[in-house]
Design a protein around this ligand. Sequence first.
Ligand code: ATP
Length: 368
Amino acid sequence: KKAIAVMTSGGDAPGMNSNVRAIVRSTLFKGCRAFVVMEGYEGLVRGGPEYIKEVGWEDVRGWSTEGGTNIGTARCLEFRQREGRLLGAQHLIEAGVDALIVCGGDGSLTGADLFRSEWPSLIKELLDTNRISQKQYTRYQHLNICGTVGSIDNDMSTTDATIGAYSALDRICQAIDYVEATANSHSRAFVVEVMGRNCGWLALLAGIATSADYIFIPEKPASNGEWEDQMCEIVSKHRSKGKRTTIVIVAEGAIDADLNPITPKQVHKVLVDRLGLDTRITTLGHVQRGGTAVAYDRMLATLQGVEAVNAVLESTPETPSPLIAINENKITRKPLVESVKLTKSVADAIKAKDFKKAMSLRDTEFVE
Ligand code: ATP
């Protein structure tokens, strides 16, 4: 019987539990043994049945309706070193695992691919140092790896949506709706800071969905001396038409931008000094990634979980590691390495202030 293990890694995202549940149950449905790796790569490095656990059908019952990730997630420095990955390989072989499905962001998937490409040399070293037997060496010649993308940022190239992004977006919209009610009562302005790392997707979509007055995103940096005038003009126009609320959204990536970083404090100052508005700053923080997943993320995570199991069962040593994506409403497989590379080049292009290149790279599609 083949054994398939699943882990969640990097930042947690709503929907990860649905993904794990679908992977475990699909694995069992296909007649294979299912394992979960606790605490991301940390669990691989530590090993043993406490961290690499065999699970059954009942163990994941009800997980679709639970937020966060029940198998834990972590950032693991040791796995970045070869010695950590060597321990990981040894522990997987000891547990009898043939394939690993990693649900995480680009960092986690980079680690997964590196692990797979190093696998032959890792197991050779394990054999040479008598940490595995000749029989185990022959049996575990290849490790099949597959990635599913769990991240609230929606920053992975080649997929239209990442697991968790729509839940975070929904949470942001709800929070802004709440803020809007109190803003309306006092005729106040609110500057709302939202997450998203170096991607403006959450801020932009939240801005559209809540009809915010002004949005700052890293992909379209504000021009100093211009944004102040433009924002004040727009806000004044809305106010002159009877609007009693003002909402300005600042993406985390706009604050961290190398070019013209914008802080909520700066925006606050302009709204107070130039428009005389009673203004408050609200940083939404971890509320954005908490709570249960919206129906879309549960559906996405479930369908992608099923596809991930199909993909590892169909993989051969020659097939590149797949990443499970969604494109135009269809669940698809993309080459994991290229997807991660493309995601990195988008981030690099934004850092290098080449926004046109960043946008065109984000739209790049692979021909399969
Ligand atoms: P998020 O987008 O939510 O931050 P992420 O998966 O990008 O998620 P990272 O912190 O970048 O989060 O990576 C998670 C873990 O993956 C790291 O702590 C490390 O254990 C492993 N990892 C990341 N990059 C590598 C790498 N180049 N080599 C080996 N392991 C890596």
